[in-house]
Write a new protein. Structure first.
Length: 83
C-alpha cells in the first residue's frame, strides 16, 4: 500500500518526533490547537497508529523521518557484564 504523506504531514511528524507540544505545533504550523488535534488524529489513522508514540515509530519504520528523535538524543545506556 502506498502511503501519501504531504509536506505538512512530514512537518507535523518531525515536530512530534522532536517532542513538540500540540500548542507549539499549532503556532509553528499556523493552526489552532483543535485543528492540530483533528489533523494529528487523521495523520495517526493514515499511519495506522493509535498514539503519538505509535505514529513516530511508524514514521521511522517507513523512512519518513531521518535521524534520532530529540527525546533519544544523548541517551546512552551502558552495557555492563554481571558475573
Amino acid at each position: 500500500m502506498v502511503l501519501h504523506i504531504t509536506p505538512w504531514d512530514q512537518a507535523a511528524l518531525q515536530l512530534l518526533a522532536d517532542g513538540t507540544a500540540v500548542d507549539e505545533i499549532a503556532g509553528r504550523l499556523g493552526m489552532g490547537e483543535h485543528e492540530v488535534d483533528a489533523y494529528l488524529t487523521a495523520l495517526f489513522t493514515k499511519l495506522g497508529a493509535a498514539s503519538r508514540g505509535e505514529a513516530i515509530a511508524a514514521a521511522f519504520r517507513r523512512g519518513l523521518l531521518a535521524g534520532t528523535p530529540a527525546f533519544f538524543a544523548g541517551v546512552h545506556t551502558p552495557v555492563t557484564e554481571v558475573g
